[in-house]
Design a protein around this ligand. Structure first.
Ligand SMILES: NC(=O)c1ccc[n+]([C@@H]2O[C@H](COP(=O)([O-])OP(=O)(O)OC[C@H]3O[C@@H](n4cnc5c(N)ncnc54)[C@H](OP(=O)(O)O)[C@@H]3O)[C@@H](O)[C@H]2O)c1
Length: 253
């Protein structure tokens, strides 16, 4: 089967850095026209120029996933300028690293508002458009291995990702009748600009030794799972979470 996204329209949230930026490049290289969304629009414009220079098409769109009005405006803009959305990569996320005893209500709400409420509201807004237009679609939520395993200092983050992982199954159930597939990717440690300094440190090297494959993931290690879930190659998959972690969650206790 050929995996092509030609003529598909994709929305990638959190495309201004890290994994979202990479996902947008990957989808565009496969033929999709990609709306790249986040709050830092200067970075989105750079990315759109980069994608255009590589022969693709991208539309920078301002989006704050904690604000329902911003979500509606962003999706309306994508529909008006690119057309109806076929693929959503629900990737925006934040992490607060603090011991649970020191985590404030504001810390908790900040993480949940972006990672769980925000992801739900964006998925819901895209699904409403798909249902109204009677079009099928594919939603790919970006969860984390912290949805399945524990890690100190990440109580709100891990709980938000466990919520997103389960939300994936509930939405898959509700929206299957509309032809909307909802799946998730649970990445392990993937090297991006914000964590590469940590992983070069002795503490970071110790973490890498606990990964069975003995290396960090690279953003491109997620391409196979992304393309499977976003394309017709994954047409009979819904409610699934694909773990991409070099074996980290099966490491021994
Ligand atoms: N890197 C890893 O090892 C790893 C592992 C497992 C899961 N993940 C997940 O993968 C996703 C991307 O992570 P990353 O490592 O690429 O982190 P990152 O570089 O910090 O990217 C996070 C993205 O989320 C966006 N964002 C944050 N708050 C937002 C808001 N209110 N509205 C819209 N966008 C918002 C940011 O854009 P703006 O600030 O411009 O809005 C940014 O583009 C996250 O969901 C993360 O939990 C990452």
């Amino acid at each position: 089967m050929e995996i092509s996204l030609t003529d598909k329209i994709a929305l990638v949230t959190g495309a201004s850095s890290g994994l979202g930026r990479h996902f947008a490049r990957t989808l565009a290289a496969s033929g999709a026209r990609v709306a790249v969304a986040a709050r830092r629009t200067d970075r989105l414009q750079d990315l759109a120029r980069e994608i255009a220079a590589a022969g693709g098409q991208a539309l920078p769109v301002a989006l704050d996933v904690t604000d329902p009005a911003s979500i509606d405006a962003a999706i309306a803009r994508v529909a008006a300028e690119l057309g109806p959305i076929d693929i959503l990569v629900n990737n925006s996320g934040v992490a607060t690293a603090k011991p649970a005893l020191e985590t404030t209500a504001e810390d908790w709400d900040g993480v949940m508002d972006t990672n769980l409420r925000g992801a739900f509201l964006v998925a819901q807004a895209v699904a409403r458009h798909l249902v109204a237009a009677k079009r099928p679609g594919a939603i790919v939520n970006i969860a984390s291995v912290t949805a399945m395993r524990t890690m100190g200092q990440l109580s709100a983050y891990a709980a938000s990702k466990a919520g997103l992982d389960h939300l994936t199954r509930v939405l898959a159930l509700e929206w299957a009748r509309h032809g909307i597939r909802v799946n998730a990717i649970a990445p392990g440690y993937i090297e991006t600009e914000i964590n590469s300094a940590f992983f070069a440190s002795p503490a970071g090297e110790a973490v890498i030794k606990r990964i069975p494959q003995r290396r960090l993931g690279q953003p491109s290690d997620l391409d196979g799972a992304l393309m499977l879930l976003a394309s017709d190659a994954g047409r009979y998959m819904t409610g699934a979470t694909i773990i991409v972690d070099g074996g980290h969650v099966v490491s021994p206790l």
